[in-house]
Design a protein around this ligand. Structure first.
Ligand SMILES: [Zn+2]
Length: 314
């Protein structure tokens, strides 16, 4: 059977038609509409009905950036135009006449890696998604873990420094305040104002981007830009501290590093995080592996489809 997996990001909506073996047979990508939920529903319905396999799609799974409880997203801080909770699953279901399941985007991303990527067969896994912000998901005891109200896995908002750098959530000292791409760019802008220099924004212009994307970061790092290197060292340290604390709490067997930065920097990034996390681990585990997500851009789509699937078979 074919299921449509929908991965809603702050920048793009990605949709794929996914087969029983978790292979993506058709895919499409569009900018995330900024006019709010109605426009988003329209975009999703439009993208799915445009597929050749449209008529054979018998279920939909959606990953959305916010905590999901009882099939409802509680809040959506990173999407523009959302002022109140909206039952997006029901709206899409009414339009397409198929069952629709909703999950958190980072949880769903790790699910993709769990059903058909680098986390296959693992029981205790932390997935950390490094992009604009820091998303994460957990597999515990061989099952996805979302907590009591769907709010588990806020790895990006673990506090690693009391009264530290300002985070996008309004608090201070979170991992994301040091390792989220948007916060790192903001900090660099402030440092430039204070007299430091960097090639980051020149590279951004060269690449024709409107903000420092993962690709821009990769180039600045490769060219050895001192300020970018310093910021990124801080990001690796922040993630490593969060990972070490999580491992001390949960005794995991695998850490999966995904998202735009992981996709661009590869296994080297996972290795660096491991190296910096190890000194902080109470019980070093030789079996513990640090891996970069294997499905890249597809992990969200594949994971979303996997939550759409059981609903169909029920
Ligand atoms: Zn935060």
């Amino acid at each position: 059977v074919l299921i449509a997996g929908v991965d809603i990001g702050g920048t793009n909506v990605q949709v794929g038609v996914v087969a029983d073996d978790h292979e993506v047979v058709e895919r499409a990508k569009r900018p995330t509409p900024t006019e709010g939920p109605d426009a988003l529903v329209e975009t999703i319905v439009d993208m799915i009905t445009a597929f050749d396999a449209d008529a054979d799609v018998i279920g939909v799974g959606i990953g959305i950036p916010g905590p999901v409880h009882d099939g409802q997203v509680m809040r959506v801080p990173n999407l523009e135009g959302w002022r109140e909770p909206v039952d997006i699953a029901e709206l899409v279901s009414d339009r397409l006449n198929v069952p629709v399941a909703l999950g958190n985007d980072a949880n769903v991303g790790l699910l993709g890696e769990w059903v058909n990527g680098v986390a296959q067969g693992r029981s205790n896994v932390l997935g950390v998604w490094m992009g604009t912000g820091i998303g994460s998901g957990l597999i515990l005891g061989g099952r996805p873990f979302v907590g009591s109200l769907g709010g588990a896995g806020e790895f990006g908002h673990m506090i690693i420094r009391a009264d530290g750098a300002l985070c996008s959530c309004g608090r201070r000292g979170c991992v994301e305040a040091y390792a989220g791409r948007r916060r790192m760019a903001d900090t660099i802008k402030q440092m430039v104002k204070a007299g430091r220099t960097t090639s980051l924004f020149q590279i951004q212009d060269d690449e024709g981007k409107d903000r420092p994307t993962s690709k821009v970061w990769k180039r600045a790092l490769k060219e050895g830009d001192p300020l970018v290197t310093e910021m990124f060292d801080g990001a690796v340290e922040a993630v490593a501290l969060g990972v070490a604390s999580t491992i001390n709490l949960l005794d995991l067997e695998q850490v999966v590093i995904g998202g735009g930065l992981a996709e661009k920097l590869g296994q080297d990034l996972a290795d660096r995080i491991r190296e910096q996390a190890e000194p902080f681990m109470m019980q070093p585990n030789p079996e513990l592996s640090f891996d970069v997500a294997a499905l890249g851009d597809d992990s969200g789509v594949v994971g979303a489809a996997s939550i759409g699937r059981p609903k169909v078979h029920r």
